[in-house]
Design a protein around this ligand. Structure first.
Ligand code: TRP
Length: 488
């Protein structure tokens, strides 16, 4: 006999839900992963493909995840099984909840390490400002970030952090503790309280930074790099499947899709929320933030004469060096990293909530605090190993699957988890979600739950979710796992 979980909490208002959903979507994916992925993949052409992926593939799946959650009123696994039964389909569809939930959990194990780096940079910037104010007085505020250092010394700070395992683990611990604290306090007392303060602050700081960057940086090159696509330049990326794969992976990661989380947040949604409209709003905001983050970063990076294709260290090496040569750069850099911290927390609480909601539901909904602490502790422990994998002096950094393993071979643990989740688990869960929402759920139920204003838009949604999403995601999964490795 299946247990009957108690009716769970709901968002206190539509606005609270929208801020929580945007808070989860907007994160290190926008500020750290998007700029360096765009940089590695050549800028404008990637950005264009990315935006297409968001609206043609991501958006229909986002609406599907939200409606599954709201209709099921349970965690991702419970909701999917419940709807499947009601539709006369196999409850085995709940595997999409499992894949997503495990994906979200694994993302948190490395997300928290990177967010720990963000905290470490906040600490360094504060320390540096305080020291310089001590010697030069308040005039120090007008100087650049780490004003007494040269570019090499600033670039070396990341290496120094990575080889200092205790420091890395300390900041990872602080970040995980903050995440657990907020999730343990529950929907209204924790998650809503955090996003209501952090998201508006985030947007104000982001806009201020974009203004600063466009005024003081190389705005023309930055804008051209992000948005300038000449038709000829599209042919290369379009024939090179790996760019499409990373654009779609980035779209899923950034919209928090395929990770059980939007289903979970959807289940806290009240009936008066318009799902199609909310989904559109979340997708537009998330993409807008990624592009604004690009506008905040690239003009400064170009101004400082730095290569934008520098990879994952862009945020932690190139950017601080760029802030070094800007007037007021010390304060601006501090604002930037605080912004990144806010974005990271509002995402990490959602990542943890995906599994906490499930375990809490299985234990009759009375043990949120214990569950949050336990899952957080496991996540922290795996994260410690991820952190060590970044320290070249640690034996853990040498652990990797054999190079021959497609996609995952030869990567250190943190990169392994990043690729495993971003390129395999999230697309797989999203693929199953599209099939489930398009084929297993009847048109009548989907129409009723989604509440599109017009039948034509419902028909478009259903066509995308039944055909375009599964075929596109399926092709990309197969390409990534089979074709690309064969091509070498
Ligand atoms: N979207 C988040 C970001 O851009 C990362 C993320 C992926 C996520 N899946 C998630 C966040 C699930 C919360 C829940 O940083």
């Amino acid at each position: 006999m299946a247990i009957q979980p108690a009716e769970h909490e709901h968002w206190s208002s539509r606005l609270a839900f929208i801020m929580a959903a945007i808070g989860s979507a907007v994160g290190l994916g926008n500020l750290w992963r998007f700029p360096f992925t765009a940089g590695e993949s050549g800028g404008g052409a990637f950005v264009l493909i990315y935006v297409l992926c968001v609206f043609l593939i991501g958006l229909p799946v986002l609406a599907a995840e939200l409606f599954i959650g709201r209709r099921g009123q349970l965690s991702a696994i419970g909701a999917t099984a419940k709807i499947a039964r009601a539709e006369g389909a196999s409850p085995a569809w709940s595997v999409l909840g499992w894949v997503g939930m495990i994906g979200a959990f694994l993302i948190l194990t490395f997300y928290s390490v990177i967010a720990g780096w963000v905290l470490a940079y906040i600490a360094m910037l504060v320390g540096d400002l305080a020291a310089r104010i001590g010697t030069d007085g308040l005039g120090a505020l007008a100087a650049g970030a780490f004003a007494n250092d040269g570019a090499d010394a600033i670039g070396a700070r990341l290496g120094a952090l990575l080889t200092d395992s205790p420091r890395m683990i300390l900041f990872h611990a602080i970040f995980m503790a903050a995440t657990v604290f907020l999730v343990a306090r529950g929907l209204k007392g924790g998650i809503e309280a955090a996003v209501k303060f952090m998201m508006p602050a985030f947007f104000v700081m982001l806009l201020a930074l974009v203004g600063f960057s466009l005024l003081t940086g190389d705005a023309v090159r930055g804008i051209n790099y992000l948005f300038g696509v000449r038709p000829g330049e599209l042919i290369g990326p379009l024939s090179d499947g790996s760019i499409i794969v990373s654009a779609l992976g980035q779209a899923f990661f950034s919209l928090s899709l395929g990770s059980a989380m939007m289903i979970t947040y959807g289940s806290y949604m009240t009936r008066d929320t318009d799902i199609p409209r909310t989904s559109r709003f979340v997708a537009i905001s998330d993409t807008g933030v990624a592009l604004l983050a690009g506008l905040a970063i690239f003009p400064i990076v170009f101004q400082a004469g730095i290569d934008p294709a520098g990879g994952p260290t862009l945020l932690f090496q190139a950017l601080p060096i760029a802030f070094n040569s800007m007037p007021g750069g010390g304060i601006v850099a501090l604002v930037f990293f605080i912004l990144a911290f806010f974005a990271a927390v509002t995402s990490s609480i959602a990542l943890l909530e995906a599994s906490v909601s499930y375990v809490d539901e299985r234990s009759q909904g009375n043990h949120r605090v214990v569950v949050a602490i336990t899952l957080g502790a496991i996540c922290f422990a795996i994260g410690v190993v991820n952190a060590l994998s970044q320290n070249p002096n640690s034996p853990v950094s040498a652990i990797a699957l054999p190079d021959a393993v497609p996609l995952l071979g030869g990567k250190n643990l943190l990169d392994f988890f990043d690729t495993l989740t971003g390129n395999i688990l999230l697309p797989l869960a999203a693929f199953l979600t599209a099939l489930f929402a398009g084929w297993a759920v009847s048109a009548t139920s989907a129409r009723e739950e989604l509440g599109f204003k017009s039948e034509a838009w419902f028909a478009r949604w259903r066509f995308l979710v039944r055909w375009v999403c599964p075929i596109a995601i399926g092709a990309i999964l197969i390409y990534g796992a089979v074709v690309a490795p064969l091509l070498g």
